[in-house]
Design a protein around this ligand. Structure first.
Ligand code: FES
Ligand code: FE2
Length: 450
């Protein structure tokens, strides 16, 4: 095979392995080793309607029983496969409406009322079920096969008391990886979100000023115990360096740098519903509490088109009916061409979150990596793809346990944000110094990690 052709073939294989998440795929199996946030706890009410839940290409139902426990089961009844979505959620179990078989949150068959008692074999039947936990206002699912599930990942945001957290869900009609890559692609900020803003519009010292003062930052990138990290740097007067540092954490988490490092607590999960739909779950906590500079006022009084309240379509019971944006591919994300032309909003699309949504959905459901031309500004993306493939293939081929499963505390070591440092200090040393000085949340979590 000519060299160019074989390179393209490798890229195509890599692209497939990176993006497919169903049962038996290498990325899907790697992800199943981790706890996965799947829904907001508030979506499931005791004895309320069962909810269709698509997760990693598996059609499941979620329900909360009379005692408040959450069950996540294969949606097909193990009798003759009618959907338990139609089921009656009653008296600590879900009852299939076809022949009345009833299952508890662990999938145990409690009753088999259409079978004469002597022939009842309910002890031998189980609905396929996954283990569930609730933390940070979210329902977490473990889809792996360990007899004892691993601990939850120790993201700093998960230690913040629930009342101090802002948690949002938003569905994206695209593959999980292209969504995630938007978060670790820092150079887009100065265009997609702030292309219409000049540095002079910002007060001196504003954490976002650098993103427009120099729209082509340089980067440091490296592998970490929890995934990968980058530091985008811009030299400043007086021997200072301005840094924006951010992380990818296995298997699908990001921490974005859009606030001051000292008190910025964020964890964002790009949870694959299937190969072509993703649930973005954003958890903000700590003092910054989601106050990123996206909503900051500028000197002129205008703002970066902010992370305004999202406009959601009403949820439906469809497999992909939850947390959908009013601005979506079918209405071109409500792009305002006049605002674009007059440079009031660089994209013409309101809401910073939907700007990200629009560009990544506009690529099509799953990007073909063989068509790309990665630039030096994409080194974090290339590095993260490599890290994902290495971990997933090591697990598939040798059973190597992925990072952060048995050592959940590694995630505690990741913190994102912007800061100034002496320009002679190495980037990782500067990071460690900042981490030591940062306000961490809470001390209990810190102690657990030490
Ligand atoms: S298919 Fe569910 S009880 Fe028969
Ligand atoms: Fe963005």
């Amino acid at each position: 095979m000519p060299k160019a052709a074989s390179k393209a073939a490798t890229k195509a294989t890599d692209g497939f392995d990176l993006t497919r998440v169903g049962p038996g795929t290498i990325m899907g199996e790697m992800m199943r080793q981790y706890w996965i946030p799947a829904a907001a706890s508030s979506e499931l009410k005791a004895d309320g309607d069962p909810m269709r839940l698509m997760l990693l290409g598996e059609a499941l139902i979620g329900f909360r029983d009379s005692s408040g426990r959450v069950g996540v089961l294969d949606h097909q009844c193990p009798h003759r496969c009618a959907s338990l979505f139609l089921g009656r959620n009653e008296q600590d179990g879900i009852r299939c409406v076809y022949h009345g078989w009833k299952f508890d949150v662990d999938g145990k068959c409690l009753e088999m009322p259409n079978v004469p008692p002597p022939q009842d074999f309910k002890e031998k039947v189980r609905a396929k079920s996954y283990r569930v936990r609730e933390q940070a206002g979210l329902v977490w699912v473990y889809m792996g096969s360990r007899a004892e599930a691993p601990p939850l990942p120790m993201h700093e945001a998960l230690f913040v008391p629930e009342q101090d957290l802002t948690v949002t869900l938003l569905q994206r009609e695209a593959n999980w990886l292209q969504g995630l890559e938007g978060d670790i692609d820092t150079s887009h900020f100065g265009f997609l979100h702030a292309g219409h803003i000049n540095a002079d519009d910002f007060e001196e010292g504003h954490p976002a000023r650098h993103t427009v003062a120099n729209r082509a930052p340089e980067y440091k990138v490296g592998d970490t115990e929890w995934g990968t990290m980058y530091g985008a740097f811009r030299p400043e007067a007086g021997g200072k360096m301005h840094w924006r540092m951010a992380h990818f954490s296995l298997p699908f988490w990001t921490q974005t740098p859009n606030a001051d490092f000292a008190d910025h607590v964020v964890a964002k999960a790009w949870v694959p519903m299937d190969d072509e739909h993703t649930m973005l779950i954003s958890i903000y906590g700590g003092r910054a509490k989601g106050a990123t500079y996206s909503s900051s006022k500028l000197k002129s009084g205008s703002g970066i088109p902010g992370a305004d309240k999202l406009d959601y379509l009403p949820n439906s019971t469809d497999w992909f009916g939850r947390w959908r944006s009013v601005q979506n591919p079918r209405n071109d994300w409500e792009i305002d061409r006049a605002a674009q032309r007059e440079n009031r909003i660089y994209t013409g699309i309101r809401n910073i979150v939907i700007q990200d949504q629009a560009v990544t959905e506009s690529m099509g459901p799953i990007v073909d990596h063989t068509k790309e031309h990665l630039a030096p500004s994409d080194i974090m993306i290339a590095r993260t793809r490599r890290r994902l493939l290495t971990v997933a293939r090591a697990f598939a081929e040798k059973g190597t346990v992925p990072p952060g499963i048995d050592d959940a505390e590694v995630f505690w070591k990741a913190r994102a944000g912007s800061f100034y440092a002496d320009d002679k200090v190495d980037w990782l040393d500067a990071y460690q110094q900042q981490l030591k000085a940062a306000i961490r949340w809470p001390a209990a979590g810190q102690q657990a990690a030490e």
